[in-house]
Design a protein around this ligand. Structure first.
Ligand code: PHE
Length: 396
């Protein structure tokens, strides 16, 4: 069993050093008693529960960089209600069980007032009941499955997100394939062990068929598999023009390579699980000509995106991916809600998050609907010469 690394980042906070900053002018009570040895007395603890290791480690790293950037900025501007924010990071290794343990530790040991996390839908689904039961608000940067914020027909009171959801993402790609690429015959390759992949495959299929397209074959794999030849041979025999693979980048890149080895020439498509530099490293051109939906493109010329990219590059010497932008937006929403809340108790912060109606984020303006989901646009990214290229933005 892997052990969790609790990384205290309080020391990274700009300019404050070891000085206490608990004597703010505000009458707000100290958020939580500092039973947490790593937090400064009087500081508010935000826990980031994310995959710093495992097969989506690049996503966790991007998200964590984004979260840190937003919290450093908030602290440099005086913190919230006179309290400094302490960020504590818990590694989930990209696993649901470890996410549950990390969330519990964030609440009981770190006395977190708010959790940011997780990225992957299956993991955030393990975190959601813990946030609700303990009445600690949680904001997922990137989990797009509808069940994250909705338990049956009930909205989960403490769960929120800053990304769009999969019924929208699946529809965007189905329409693009059908209407722009003029695809008639599509195949689906889904990861059956992943709520995100299964949901997205279903939403894509539904819209694609409604638009008159045909799903000629629908095959399954399990995340982490290495050999996809049996499934891909089936796909090849069904003669699709387009293969939809709503998986995570490591599997997708391998799938793409093996598809080409088998002589499958169809165009490939997917969702936000593709957005990693590792995708291109592993695929080595096998995904060229393909498209995926995403939350944001670093090529977007908007001043908000370019301003963020500049700050991010100065801090981390790399280009921010969508997970970096979403991590930043999740932390910004947390800080924004803390500033608007009547006090710094988790319940008051929850109430303030729920009322968010126009926070300017890097990935768009965040307005939360009744189900705690933002109403936001998606972008379509094309792959050319083994590199991502912004194609278009699709409004909800
Ligand atoms: N939207 C994806 C999900 O909900 C985001 C993601 C993809 C996260 C891949 C981690 C890895 O699962």
């Amino acid at each position: 069993m892997r052990r969790f690394g609790v990384i205290a980042l309080a020391a990274l906070v700009a300019g404050v050093g070891c000085q206490k900053k608990s004597e703010g002018p505000s009458a707000a009570p100290a958020a939580q008693p500092a039973a947490n040895p790593q937090a400064e007395a009087g500081s508010v603890v935000i826990a980031h529960v994310t995959s710093l290791t495992g097969d989506t480690a690049t996503f966790g790293e991007g998200s964590n960089n984004g979260v840190k950037l937003a919290i450093d900025e908030a602290n440099a501007a005086g913190g919230v209600k006179g309290h400094k924010i302490t960020l504590q990071v818990y590694d989930t290794a990209g696993k649901p069980e470890e996410t549950a343990t990390a969330a519990t530790r964030a609440i009981t040991e770190a006395k977190a007032t708010l959790i940011i996390g997780e990225l992957g839908s299956s993991r955030t689904l393990a975190l959601a009941p813990i946030a609700d039961t303990n009445k600690i608000p949680a904001i997922s940067p990137a989990s797009t499955n509808p069940k994250i914020t909705k338990d049956g027909d009930k909205t989960r009171p403490y769960m929120f997100r800053v990304c769009f959801i999969d019924p929208f993402q699946g529809t965007v790609m189905a329409k693009f394939a059908r209407q722009n690429l003029k695809v008639g015959r599509a195949a689906i390759v889904r990861d059956v062990g992943n709520d995100y992949s299964v949901g997205l495959a279903d939403y894509f299929a539904k819209t694609f068929k409604e638009l008159g397209g045909e799903i000629v074959v629908d095959v399954s794999y399990k995340g982490g598999d290495q050999d996809f030849k049996a499934q891909l041979t089936k796909v090849k025999f069904a003669k699709p023009d387009f293969v939809y693979i709503p998986g995570y980048y490591t599997d997708v890149a391998l799938l793409g390579r093996q598809a080409r080895e088998l002589g499958l020439k169809a165009q490939l498509g997917g969702g936000d699980g593709w957005d990693s530099s590792k995708l291109y490293e592993i695929a080595q051109g096998a995904l060229d000509g393909g498209f995926f939906t995403n939350h944001y493109s670093a090529d977007n010329p908007s001043p908000v995106v370019q301003g963020f990219a500049k700050k991010y590059e100065a801090a981390y010497h790399s280009k921010p991916d969508a997970f970096a932008a979403l991590g930043y937006d999740a932390a910004k929403l947390a800080v924004d809600a803390m500033n608007r809340a009547t006090d710094l108790t988790p319940t008051a912060i929850r109430d303030a998050i729920e009322k968010t109606s126009g926070m300017q984020g890097v990935t768009g303006t965040i307005r939360l609907d009744a189900d705690h989901n933002p109403v936001k646009s998606a972008v379509i990214i094309g792959i050319e010469k083994n590199a991502p290229k912004y194609v278009t933005t699709v409004e909800p």
